[in-house]
Design a protein around this ligand. Structure first.
Ligand SMILES: NC(=O)c1ccc[n+]([C@@H]2O[C@H](COP(=O)([O-])OP(=O)(O)OC[C@H]3O[C@@H](n4cnc5c(N)ncnc54)[C@H](OP(=O)(O)O)[C@@H]3O)[C@@H](O)[C@H]2O)c1
Length: 250
């Protein structure tokens, strides 16, 4: 009889709608799951749900991921999990574009969370995966990073930088075992988009995006769109000449 060792998965920003849906897929596989985020009470109820869905073990790591020092924090979380096969980086903030245009501190805060901090964690995870010679880093980017537009270009700029960083990490990994993937969702029905008019063919559920994230941890990449149709949509949007694009109102 062979005993299968459960996957060990670390979710950075585990209370995010997309992260929760992804963690439920891992729970159904019997994974050991680490939940890192700011609110331990919230993480506690997510942990109970994951345990009920089949997770082998769930650990909670309460921290502000933007102010935490990734290198020691990662070492201690991975020690508690007994290793790391997959790391999913899901935290982020949309921010307020209109405010960011008037208030430099607000703009810098959006860049700080979505780029500086996320890049630091990605680089720290890359070193761990490289030293163990295996494992996957899956980072949540956004289609907003594919072309600057007036309604969200500060957020989009951070996600664009993050996408290049993750592509570079995957290139660095080539032939060495580990993998890195940037998953770029389109608009998804989570807390991040509360207050927006939702529905219609361009909107996805967190479950649909989670299925792409889970698959990306095993194969494909380094750039994956969620759902896949966004690859074509963004190729068309990137190809629109600026003279036409700048007359469009979105
Ligand atoms: N929803 C979309 O339409 C969409 C589209 C494209 C890309 N994405 C990206 O996909 C990822 C997940 O998005 P989502 O829609 O699932 O977001 P969400 O439900 O709004 O969750 C975002 C999470 O980020 C966490 N977070 C923010 N700052 C943090 C910090 N300093 N330390 C720890 N955690 C922090 C929040 O923690 P708290 O719970 O403590 O506030 C929250 O749980 C994000 O990177 C987002 O940019 C989302």
């Amino acid at each position: 009889m062979t005993t299968q060792i459960p996957l060990r998965v670390l979710m950075l920003g585990a209370a995010s709608g997309i992260a929760q849906a992804t963690a439920r897929l891992y729970a159904a596989e019997g994974a050991v799951i680490g939940l890192a985020g700011r609110n331990s009470e919230r993480l506690g109820s997510i942990a109970n749900d994951l345990t009920a869905r089949g997770a082998s073990r769930v650990e909670i790591f309460e921290m502000d991921l933007v102010t935490a020092d990734p290198v020691p924090a990662l070492a201690s979380m991975i020690a508690k999990l007994g290793g790391a096969d997959h790391v999913v980086l899901a935290y982020g903030v949309l921010g307020d574009q209109a405010l960011a245009e008037k208030d430099l501190a607000a703009a810098q805060s959006i860049l700080d969370v979505n780029f500086r901090s996320a890049a630091g964690w990605s680089l720290a995870v890359a070193n761990v995966l490289e030293s163990q010679g295996r494992g996957s880093l899956v980072v949540l980017g956004s289609v907003a990073g594919d072309r600057g537009r007036r309604s969200n270009y500060v957020y989009g700029a951070a996600k664009a930088g993050l996408a290049v960083l993750v592509q570079g990490i995957d290139h660095r990994f080539r032939g060495r075992g580990p993998r890195a993937v940037i998953v770029k969702p389109g608009p998804t029905d989570t807390a991040m988009t509360a207050g927006m008019a939702k529905g219609g063919p361009l909107w996805a559920t967190p479950e649909a995006v989670a299925a792409v994230v889970r698959k990306a941890a095993d194969s494909g990449g380094p750039v994956v769109y969620a759902p896949a149709r966004w690859r074509l949509i963004m190729a068309i949007i990137r190809a629109i000449p600026a003279a036409i694009f700048n007359k469009m109102n979105f």
